[in-house]
Each structure stands twice: as structure tokens, then as C-alpha cells.
Design a protein. Sequence first.
Length: 164
Amino acid sequence: MSDPSVPLDQFFPKFEYAFTISIDLAGLQWVTPTSMGATRAAIYAARGEISGPKLNGKVIPMSGGDFPLQRPNGVIDFDARYMLEADDGAVIYMQNRGYRWACSEEIAERMSRNEDVDPSDYYMRVTPRFEPPAGPHEWLGKHVFVGVAEKVPNANRIHYYVLL
């Protein structure tokens, strides 16, 4: 049993902004519907930039992409994998999982047409995992992160926070 005298606020998650990845997407392809009844897509990481207080660099062009599954209820289940290159030349593998869903059918339709939509009109969150080389970027592989994402036409911009 837990000790009721221990204040739970000491366990509240604390996040610190780490960096933003702005990524241009290209080459969208669809499998509609898959044999499981959902829609699978593939979209590639054409290029991108990483900027922030804890990491700067670029997305290695065409080093991977996202292979989202769109469920019949409209929820998009992300599975993105691509390579990053830090400013010091270190190459870092990244896998991003998460969800996106629109607050209304109208917003979902606008997003499907690749129109600009206010971030308050949809939920788009990811949880990345990193495989960095030994050295100064090892911290990426030792922490949990949460990304709050923006869908912009032909691109994503994801703001990453490290859980302390």
C-alpha cells in the first residue's frame, strides 16, 4: 500500500523543451483499404531541420518516412522512422509513434486536402525513441520524450519535450 503521507505532487511529470523538428514530406502513397479494413499510407522524410536548446541538425533526406494507419474512426496511428544528423555529424536513428485525430469531420476533411488547420482543432502527439551513437548524444537514448505536433501543408513540425 502506498503511504498517504507522501505528497503525490512530487511524482507529477516535469517536462523540459528540448528541440523542434520541422520536416518536409513527399511521395504520399496509399493502400486503400488494406485487407484489415483500414487505410495504410507511406510518406517520406524529404528533408528537415532540428533546432533547439538541446539538439540542432537536420533530418537526413529520404532516410525513411512515416507509415501511418488510418483507422475507420478517423484516428491516424503514426509509425515514423528516419535518421537525424546532429550539427557535430553524429547520425541518430529515430522512431516516432503517436496519434492524430481531428475535432470534427470538417477539420478532418480540410486536413485530408492538406489545408492549413489551427493546432487547437486536432490532437497530434508522438512518443519518439532514439538510438544515438556513444558520446554526447547518448542522453537521447536514456530519456522519455513527448512530442506535440503541428500539421502544416506538406510538412510536420514537432516540438519535443524531455520528461525529467
